[in-house]
Design a protein around this ligand. Structure first.
Ligand code: G6P
Length: 608
């Protein structure tokens, strides 16, 4: 889950500057150490984020080409020694890597017996030595790199350089994303398009098992076996600024505030309101097959998993199709019963979460039709699923997912309408969902406008050490998501609980110091929620409620209330999650934490 960025130019630019600017936009991928190499000036490394590295770079540090890396530690501590780039014995071959080389111990042993000495505890370093070894007999850098890559097993997104051929960079992909950028007299290699977009919009996505050899004016793609691959470049419409903070203190707040726009973008062009239909272009190729499917298994991790759980309620109630939701990391190790009439649906913002990807592969092996609800265009999950729905939510940088969830739930509502209308959902019901979806952006905006009040509430409760989140039915998964948001960025104990389960254990924890956040909007289970709140009040537990506008009576039960507009029951979670996101954000700020970079976590989990 590291970030790689490489650049080679004939335009007289200083590659070191281009690389450092690029690293800043890759920071969401890792930030425990950083490093850069240019053939002209050598290598500098620093513990910490890209800014720390930038401070260490001396005046005059220059390159016509170079490679740069942000690390999120897997093998070896986050120290300068273990930071990338890694070099061979001679200091001529330099490698940056995202992923894990699984057979590195055996390779290291072999290389040591051949006389190589290692400087770090990383798996990556073996690659530099392997290339060095092959350069002894194969003078061509690209060929030596291909030979070396054929020896390693595991996952990688790689860029490497050799001082003997300084304008060339070799990139390779196996399980970790790699994108090439094609500019005028310059070429790029990166983990995603964000550092490339300010220079060019022409990109080529590498597939697993492919190796790219770039110079300022050429790029050649090979299969690991050495055969050439021809691939058209794609034009990317995102602008690089879309990935910047846009005036807010944190990406997380900016992304929460983008909620209305995100829903607009997710549903744009996908509703035929008068007919009560959802039109999903990405599903057209499998539309007939979908009508024959009798079961859906949704897989995801973290927030995407909670989106899936909410989707289960939508799909079963409105599309009448049995749904199971499973953590991707569990699904892939079970012996799941899947057949040709099963849909395995992956939900993933990044489209690169390894467990989710492997769950999809497992589903495929067992004969399922695989679908994705994915935000990142061209990501591995998007490409490996049979069909899917893109979120169109724009890049999400904050590690704690916010806008992606709002979009995932909107996409699930579209999917529910799509599959529902294939299975007897009336046009009237379809129209009702479509109308309610269209009203969401304004309703989310109304909630965002109350953020000062939510900030005050966060201040009031900032000393709480524990938090319980309760909800029922559609809001049961949202209770878990609310707790996850608080844990992720505030580092305090927060638990989600189905309100009906309170009496089976969690109620024992409640006292004056243990607040509960009850999601109690006016719906089919409101009365039940109200009794659960009574039980908490009777134990003197502080209570915050999320309630529907106009519900004054709830003030007799709750100490504080966050009001939200009312929509149809199946869409209510899309509104209810917004104040929970804001509450977690302001709570973490009260504690003085860097909410965009929670300790121990990273945005994209591309290892197990
Ligand atoms: C990480 C992120 C979460 C995200 C999860 C799944 O844990 O911190 O915010 O929900 O991965 O990521 P995905 O990209 O598959 O949605």
């Amino acid at each position: 889950m590291c970030g790689i960025f490489a650049f080679t130019t004939k335009n007289g630019k200083n590659a070191a500057e281009v690389l450092m600017d690029g690293l800043m936009s890759l920071e969401y991928r890792g930030y425990d150490s950083a490093g850069i190499f240019t053939p002209e000036s050598g290598s500098i490394k620093a513990v910490g984020a890209a800014a720390q590295l930038r401070r260490k770079i001396p005046a005059g540090f220059f390159g016509k080409s170079g490679i740069a890396h942000l690390r999120w530690a897997t093998h070896g501590e986050p120290t300068e020694q273990n930071a990338h780039p890694h070099q061979d014995c001679s200091g001529d071959v330099w490698v940056i890597h995202n992923g894990i080389i699984e057979n590195f111990k055996a390779l290291k042993k072999k290389l040591e017996t051949l006389g190589h000495t290692f400087k770090s505890a990383t798996d990556t370093e073996v690659l530099a030595h392997l290339v060095e070894e092959h350069l002894k007999t194969e003078k061509d850098f690209t060929k030596a790199a291909l030979l070396a890559l054929n020896e390693v097993k595991g996952t990688y997104g790689i860029a490497m350089q050799y001082r003997g051929d300084p304008s060339r960079v070799i990139g390779a992909r196996m399980g970790s994303p790699v994108v090439l950028g094609l500019g005028e007299g310059e070429r790029f290699i990166a983990s995603d398009a964000s550092p490339i977009l300010r220079h060019t919009r022409q990109v080529v996505f590498l597939e697993d098992g492919e190796v790219a050899s770039i110079t300022p004016e050429s790029h050649t793609i090979y299969k690991l076996a050495g055969t050439k691959v021809s691939r058209e470049a794609e034009h990317i419409d995102w602008n690089a600024e879309a990935a910047q903070r846009g005036g807010y203190d944190h990406f997380m707040l900016k992304e929460i505030m983008e909620g209305p726009e995100v829903v607009e973008n997710t549903i744009r062009g996908r509703l035929r309101e008068s007919e009560g239909l959802a039109k999903l272009g990405g599903l057209e190729s499998v539309e007939r097959d979908l009508a024959k499917m009798d079961r859906i298994i949704i897989v995801g991790c973290g927030t995407a998993y909670f989106a899936g759980l909410t989707g289960e309620y939508m799909l079963e109630e409105h599309a009448g199709i049995p749904v199971e939701v499973e953590l991707a990391s569990e699904f892939r190790y079970r012996n799941p019963v899947v057949n040709g009439r099963t849909i395995v649906l992956a939900i993933s913002q990044s489209g690169e979460t390894l467990d989710t990807l492997e769950a999809i592969r497992e589903g495929k092996r067992r004969g399922a039709l695989t679908l994705g609800i994915v935000n990142t265009v061209g990501s591995t999950i998007a490409r490996e699923t049979d069909a899917g729905v893109y979120n169109h939510a724009g890049p999400e940088i904050g590690v704690a997912s916010t806008k992606a969830l709002v979009s995932q739930l909107s996409a699930l509502a579209l999917l529910t309408t799509f599959l529902g209308r294939q299975r007897g959902m009336s046009a009237h019901e379809g129209r009702e969902i479509a109308r309610a979806l269209r009203a969401l952006p304004q309703q989310i905006q109304a909630i965002l406008n109350t953020r000062d009040g939510i900030q005050k509430m966060a201040k009031k409760y900032k000393n709480a050490r524990d938090f319980l989140y309760i909800g029922r039915k559609y809001n049961y998964p949202i209770a878990f998501e609310g707790a996850l948001k608080l844990k992720e960025i505030s580092y305090i104990h927060a638990e989600g609980c189905g309100a009906g389960e309170m009496k089976h254990g969690p109620l024992a924890m409640i006292d004056q110091k243990f607040p509960t956040l009850a999601i109690a909007t006016s719906d089919s289970v409101y009365e039940k929620m109200a009794s659960n709140m009574q039980e908490i009040k009777a134990r003197k537990g502080p209570l915050i409620a999320i309630a529907s506008e106009g519900n004054d009576e709830i003030k007799q039960l709750a100490d504080d209330v966050m009001y939200v507009p009312k929509t149809i029951e199946m869409l209510q979670p899309i509104l209810n999650v917004v104040p929970l996101q804001l509450f977690a954000y302001f709570f973490a700020r009260e504690k003085g934490y860097n909410v965009d970079r929670p300790r121990n976590l990273a945005k994209s989990v591309t290892v197990e």
